[in-house]
Write a new protein. Sequence first.
Length: 308
Amino acid sequence: MTQSPLPEGRGGHSLFAIDDKLYSYGGWNSETQYNNVIIFDLNTNEWSDPDIYNDVSRWNHSAIMVEAIPSWKYFIFGGESTNFNEGQQRTFGAYVNTACYLDLANFKWAEIKTENAEHGPTPREYSSMSYDHANSRLIVFGGWNNGWLNDCYALSVGKIVGPSYAITEIDPPLGQLTGGVPVTIKGQGFKDQSIKIYFTVGKLPTDVPSKFTLETTGVFVSETELTAVTPNFETFGPKECVVQLSILGNELTTTFVPFTYFMNTRALKSLCFGPGLLKEQAVGEPVEFVIQARNDEGLNRKSGRDIF
């Protein structure tokens, strides 16, 4: 028995389970249509409505949960979708051929915009849908549109799902312009197989390496840790960049981390001051002095971690 109010009855919805909870999306009944997600907690036997809304109501759609790093994705395709006005008689909805997904990290819906929509499947409901892990694509078969269909379509979602590995951290997150800085990279799903680390100018990730990308070799430490040495970035100058990686020449990670290149410290431009510089000192006692590092332009460094 549930301890909370039951949701309104509905049909044509989809259902998925993760982390001891059941999630129901969409559906309709004789009075209304639904574009929200409701949740049933298997531990407390309670229903909840956390205000997770899609842009459109949908029912009789295809749905599949796909494991992705760093968060699972729930894909929706096709079905019927019509927003009936209050008091309007409920009839059949309009068949649709659009697709969207729910990101389980933030429970936000996103529409999938295809590049060749005119060559995609016709609007339909009751299709079968599966996921091709090897090629990161959704496979849609058949369905109904005033007659049963027996065609098959594939939709690449590699840019959404990403590869089976991800990058989450780089330490230190900054380094000198001439490169050569040892860094430790944290993430998931790393393998000891031909690892490449990519540094791309800007604040946004790239789908493929470009002329604004430099690469270096990653060294496997564990499934969650790599090491590398930063490449020389003098071609681009002291800039912010994003760091991604690939393994065995496969897709770049959809996750990324920021890295900042700064101008090299120059001893002739730097300052040193403090009591530790005095010629006469007490024997056997610790002394201190301060180094203010400066670059070629005589500007003070805003970061530390230099080794002397």
